[in-house]
Design a protein around this ligand. Structure first.
Ligand SMILES: [Cu+2]
Length: 232
């Protein structure tokens, strides 16, 4: 007998439900800190991302739809929000809410894309197939910057202003914890084992000492032309 898609989904849900009942779901928490140059202006910790990459097959199917489809608005020559978490394989819609055209592109090796130029009220979407960080820009307005962090599991979050973060419903097992902040020289990763009781005080430090604010390149890999910012 061939398994239909509906049957397959039902089976996966049943397996997930059985696992939920069988295993305790722990909470993983701690504090993310940013190591910055002495005297540097403190960065916003709330735009950091902490997520778990399972080393075993423990991904549940519940609580995922919301993470598969996100929205980043273009409003007032800004991408809102500045940082967005999406489940790898999911998509992000970019509605243009300004009375002029915007472009959306990323040149990241992970999965470059260019949604072209489009007008007010139009929406185009991009899919983020591979886990990782995608810097997103507009080819017209160089100040428009956003980051999509595509994650391989639903255990992903952003810290509060003091850096504290909490990941709930984590099944026991082996994981790699990832901590990312746009000012960090690199993503921080650490192998961890989550016991049934969960894990507390998993403190992570991202090195931002070499961060220098500077311009990025346009979609052609060249500096942005000097144009009046209100031209469009
Ligand atoms: Cu723009």
């Amino acid at each position: 007998m061939r398994m239909t898609a509906k049957m397959l989904i039902a089976a996966v849900v049943l397996i997930a439900a059985a696992r939920t009942g069988a295993a305790a779901q722990g909470t993983v928490s701690g504090t993310l800190a940013l190591e910055e140059r002495p005297g540097a202006e403190h960065s916003d910790l709330r735009i950091a991302v902490v997520y778990l990459e399972p080393r075993e097959r423990v991904i549940p199917v519940y609580d995922m739809p919301a993470m598969r489809s996100r929205v980043i608005a273009m409003r007032g020559r800004e991408f809102l929000p500045h940082v967005t978490i999406v489940l790898a394989g999911g998509s992000v819609a970019f509605p243009n809410q300004d009375p002029f055209s915007h472009n959306v592109f990323s040149n990241v090796d992970l999965g470059p894309f260019d949604l072209g130029l489009y007008r007010r009220r139009a929406t185009r979407s991009a899919t983020f197939a591979r886990p990782g960080v995608y810097p997103i820009y507009c080819n017209i307005h160089s100040m428009m910057v956003s980051f999509v962090v595509a994650v391989p599991s639903p255990w992903a979050t952003q810290p509060d202003a003091s850096g504290h973060y909490t990941l709930r419903g984590v099944p026991p097992g082996r994981y790699v914890v990832h901590a990312w902040h746009e000012h960090g020289a690199r993503e921080v990763t650490r192998d961890i084992v989550v016991p049934e009781s969960g894990l507390e005080s998993l403190d992570l430090t991202v090195d931002a000492r070499t961060y220098v604010e500077g311009p990025h390149l346009n979609k052609f890999g060249r500096p942005y032309a000097l144009i009046r910012d209100d031209r469009y």
